[in-house]
Design a protein around this ligand. Structure first.
Ligand code: PLP
Length: 416
């Protein structure tokens, strides 16, 4: 770091500023986590220099013996950890992994059945502003109004009516378990591929805190930087019969040279995720999310679907009378980082939204448990209800930021 400071004080300042932000506040973005020093070391290594187009043993460049080892080790660890027949560690991100899965399984113009974005789906599940919505005919399924759970009968009806080539399940803002076996049945009934986008919850699968989609899916796409606590990136698991198609769809179809420092860091994260401590961590992430959701419920902030089985809760703020955008800004002023989020059947525009999403991967990495989640719920509730424009509002938020700083000081991110 001293070298960075000497060469580029401006960027060194950004790095330090971000570290201060992480240390000084509550990190509740459900898709983020705090990577280990070992993962950071691999990311900041000379492997970033290496061009390695192709796959281990079949590269288009010389000098790949060392990076081949990193990728082979990573692939073996991924297969072992997830019980998968094949793993591809090269996708640069979750969206790149999804693009490759589309490329491998469907043709432009084909019909894809996936979860609607306002109900929890991801941009790559058919949004009109994304390749998935522009190049494919997407049919969206929703959650039920009464239970706010996936309506499997609707999924089946839509599948029978539209005969999709691929069905996607897995979401960005769905707090409940997904019945992968039921999706498999529906996919088989109409002869569709089943792609599970496990980006959000794959870390819970690694820690055995939730059921695995791997036995049910043709292809599982994931990100390595969420609960899994690895570097920013993507990965694909699949059956051996699809291995070649997936590999070719990643390289050369959608990507060029892999980021070998990231591939190595993914291997490190997979090793960490295979340790018994990671199992305990994954269980705590879920227990903490449940406690946080229950705490927010007690504060009059309703968790969508009544609670959570995973690492995240989606909270409906309509009863509180504060929009998601205002809640996000107020929490920000109190040192609490979270995001506004659409709730199912949301009357607001996405940039305003009626809800917030909270997740427990980072605070659990910091060592917080259920009692702290009760405190966090109270801090969020007080921040959300404080209008900064009202008399004394800004002071109240500053006071809450002080309480937040006191709480996180006992659970430091990246201890000094
Ligand atoms: N799929 C899902 C379900 C996601 O939630 C996300 C990101 O949050 C992605 C894919 C995309 O991942 P990335 O941001 O790495 O492209």
């Amino acid at each position: 770091f001293d070298q960075l400071r000497a060469t580029d004080p401006e960027i060194a300042g950004v790095v330090l500023g971000e570290l201060d932000r992480l240390r000084g506040g509550l990190q509740l973005i459900a898709s983020e986590n705090l990577t280990s020093p070992a993962v950071l070391a691999a990311l900041g290594s000379t492997l970033t220099n290496k061009y390695a187009e192709g796959y281990p043993g079949r590269r288009y460049y010389g000098g790949c013996a060392e990076v081949d080892r990193a990728e082979e080790i990573g692939i073996a660890r991924a297969k072992e950890l997830f019980g998968a027949e094949h793993a591809n560690l090269q996708p640069h991100s979750g969206a790149s992994a999804n693009l490759a899965a589309y490329a491998a399984l469907v043709q432009p113009g084909d019909t894809v059945l996936a979860m609607d974005l306002p109900h929890g789906g991801h941009l790559t599940h058919g949004s009109r502003v994304n390749f998935s919505g522009k190049w494919f005919h997407t049919v969206g399924y929703t959650v039920r109004r009464d239970t706010e759970l996936i309506d499997y009968d609707e999924v089946r009806d839509l599948a029978l009516a539209h005969r999709p080539k691929m069905i996607i399940c897995g979401a960005t803002a769905y707090p409940r378990l997904i019945d992968f076996a039921r999706f498999r049945e529906i996919a088989d009934e109409v002869g569709a591929y089943l792609m599970v986008d496990a980006a959000h919850f794959i870390g819970l699968v690694a820690g055995k805190a939730v059921p695995s989609p791997v036995p049910h899916a043709d292809v599982v796409c994931l990100t390595t930087h969420k609960v899994l606590r690895g570097p920013r990136g993507g990965m694909i698991l699949c059956r051996e019969s699809l291995a070649q198609r997936i590999d070719k769809a990643v390289f050369p179809f959608t990507q060029g040279g892999p980021l070998m420092h990231v591939v190595a860091a993914k291997a490190v994260a997979l090793r960490e995720a295979a340790q018994p401590e990671f199992r305990a961590y994954a269980e705590r992430v879920v227990a903490n999310a449940r406690a946080l959701a229950a705490g927010l419920d007690d504060e009059g902030m309703r968790p969508v679907s009544g609670g959570t089985d995973t690492h995240l809760a989606l909270v409906d703020l309509r009863e509180v009378g504060v929009t998601g955008a205002d809640a996000e800004a107020r929490c920000d002023a109190a040192g609490i980082t979270l995001n506004k989020n659409a709730i199912p059947y949301d009357p607001q525009k996405p940039m305003v939204a009626s809800g917030i999403r909270v997740g427990t991967p980072s605070v659990t990495t910091q060592g917080m448990r259920e009692p702290e989640m009760r405190q966090v719920a109270s801090l969020i509730a007080r921040a959300v209800r404080t209008d900064p424009a009202a008399p004394g509002g800004a002071d109240t938020l500053a006071g809450l930021a002080g309480e937040v700083a006191e709480l996180v000081a006992a659970f430091p991110a990246y201890p000094r």
